[in-house]
Design a protein around this ligand. Structure first.
Ligand code: PLP
Length: 442
């Protein structure tokens, strides 16, 4: 069918998929075999296609729709802002931009009073790395192998997973393994040993690289796409001590873990640690308008009082994004949305996942908090051999057939619904996963 024919025909999911296949080039994919799901609308934790079929969104799309789809207060704030001023240069002072920055710093520890706005999470990390390099006069950045930091020059080079390897053009990046007891790189049997050995190894890498050449340690507070790897108690505090010992900037990437996902406003609130720079995106406004940024400690911000910060973006602090940030944070606070995420993780999702782990031999481990959980699927519990990519593909398709939009990565299902999910919806989604795993092994 030609594009003109698509445009005059009534919209069906099939027509939208066809039009997409003709014109849209998709991320991280070989284009030939793609079959993207057509989504027409959504509300709360549900989305629907053009034929009226509804899906429970257990993915929050790319783990960003923390406040749920089409939250009325956020939609209205964007509409109102659009009616008064849709765009303004970043060099201008703008009321809603300042209010958004204030709303964000209000969630950060004492001593964080400035926000640099970007278009998303990758350029947040890009600019945080630049700030750390300029502040320290050093070059290297240490990050984890099991991590994702975004799809721009330094951010993708800092990434640990496969997406780094074809894109590794940026210099000065060093990677380490972090704590992950279920698949320990350190031969550890206990969380304490895993933590102590990961910290020892990190410090040895700092020394071996030449501590005076290391600008920053960049970590996802809770590595997300890499497997929802909540750090053991004391790990982030230990990293902070190493950073302090060698004059290194600690950047915590809260792009996925922040703004309610773990059941905290910022994931590091649960870890007795204070970074120097915090990067954010996704949940700050649930992606209703693209935005990200860096929350900057006063010390680093003051470094640029008399020196030029050589970085900027046309849409830095875009008014529509800023209005959506203010409305999102206000609504999350007024409606107890972060508390809901914490409670539902502790009372509904966590306990039910533990039951599933007992019922299904193919579950090797479940872990997480809030609305940020991973189910690790294995062929054999003793060897912990991951299930194959083909098996994961079949399982994901089966879950979709059961009207559940799931987020899968490697051999894992990530249970990452919006923070506003109800107990009944969470139970319904977990029952679907239970049924699909039962059918898979039947
Ligand atoms: N950092 C983390 C932890 C992420 O999960 C992501 C995206 O998934 C990014 C950075 C990149 O964000 P964006 O896709 O908005 O550039």
């Amino acid at each position: 069918m030609s594009i003109a024919a698509h445009e005059s025909a009534p919209t069906t999911s099939e027509r939208v998929s066809l039009a997409d296949r003709e014109s849209v080039f998709h991320s991280w994919s070989a284009q030939g075999s793609l079959k993207p799901l057509a989504i027409a609308g959504g509300f709360g934790s549900t989305v629907w296609d053009h034929d009226g079929r509804h899906y429970l969104d257990f993915s929050s799309q790319l783990v960003n729709v923390n406040i749920g789809h089409q939250h009325p207060r956020v939609v209205e704030a964007i509409q109102q802002q659009a009616a008064s001023l849709t765009t303004i240069a970043p060099s201008a002072a703008n009321d809603v931009r300042a209010r958004a920055a204030r709303a964000i710093t209000g969630l950060a520890p004492e001593g964080f009073d400035k926000v640099f706005f970007t278009n998303g999470g990758a350029d947040a990390n890009e600019n945080a790395i630049r700030m750390a390099r300029l502040y320290t006069g050093r070059d290297k950045v240490i990050s984890r192998y099991r991590s994702y930091h975004g799809n721009t020059g330094a951010a993708v080079a800092a990434t640990g997973d496969w997406r780094r390897i074809p894109n590794e053009y940026s210099r000065g990046h060093v990677h380490v393994f972090g704590p992950y007891l279920y698949r320990s790189e350190f031969w550890a049997q206990t969380s304490e040993d895993e933590c102590a050995r990961a910290l020892h190894y990190l410090e040895r890498v700092v020394q071996a690289e030449g501590a005076s050449s290391v600008a920053a340690i960049l970590l996802e507070t809770v590595p997300g796409t890499a497997g929802i790897l909540t750090p053991p108690p004391g790990y982030l505090r230990g990293v902070r001590q190493i950073a302090d010992r060698y004059g290194i900037i600690l950047i915590l990437d809260e792009v996925m873990a922040g703004f309610g996902r773990t059941g905290e406003w910022l994931a590091f609130d649960a870890h007795d640690v204070c970074p120097d720079l915090v990067t954010f995106a996704k949940g700050v406004n649930s992606g209703y308008v693209p935005v990200g940024g860096v929350i900057i400690s006063d010390e680093i911000a003051h470094h640029f009082d008399e020196r030029v910060f050589p970085g900027g973006l046309t849409y830095s602090g875009h008014p529509l994004a800023a209005a959506s940030i203010v409305a999102t944070i206000d609504a999350m606070r007024d409606e107890g949305i972060v508390d809901n995420a914490r409670r539902i993780g502790a009372e509904v999702i966590g306990p039910r996942l533990q039951e599933l782990a007992v019922a299904h031999d193919m579950i090797g481990e479940v872990r997480g908090s809030g609305v940020f959980w991973a189910i690790e699927l294995v062929e054999d519990r003793a060897t912990r051999t991951p299930v194959t990519p083909a098996a994961m593909g079949r399982l994901k398709a089966d879950l979709l057939g059961r009207d559940l939009l799931a987020f899968t990565a490697d051999n894992r299902i990530h249970v990452v619904p919006p923070c506003i999910i109800t107990d009944a919806e969470a139970r319904a989604g977990l029952d679907i996963i239970d049924d699909a795993l039962r059918a898979f092994t039947a």
